[in-house]
Design a protein around this ligand. Structure first.
Ligand SMILES: [Zn+2]
Length: 95
């Protein structure tokens, strides 16, 4: 295999790892780096790695898919009228 081909494959693994990592709330650049350096193993790491819940929660709130219950602080759907965690009524918001 030519060195350009290897580089291309590593770039592709890097991109796959970056996408997998992003969906778990990981930073894009380090995820890409893991895939680029480790190839298929790096992609596997991003697939089996844990989710960064704090980042995922913030992303859900920023993209207005979720809101935080004022009563218990858990994330609930934007259109919810009652919190599924504590049962408190919440004001329904339309996007
Ligand atoms: Zn609640």
């Amino acid at each position: 295999m030519k060195s350009e081909d290897i580089l291309l494959h590593l770039l592709i693994f890097g991109l796959i790892a970056a996408v997998c990592g992003q969906s778990k709330g990981w930073k894009t650049a380090p995820s890409f780096f893991v895939g680029f350096v480790l190839g298929p193993v790096g992609v596997l790491i991003t697939l089996i790695g844990g989710r960064n819940e704090a980042v995922l929660e913030r992303m859900a709130i920023e993209s207005r898919q979720r809101k935080r219950c004022r009563s218990c602080g858990e994330l609930i759907r934007m259109e919810a009228v009652k919190c599924r965690h504590c049962g408190e009524p919440v004001a329904a918001e339309t996007a």
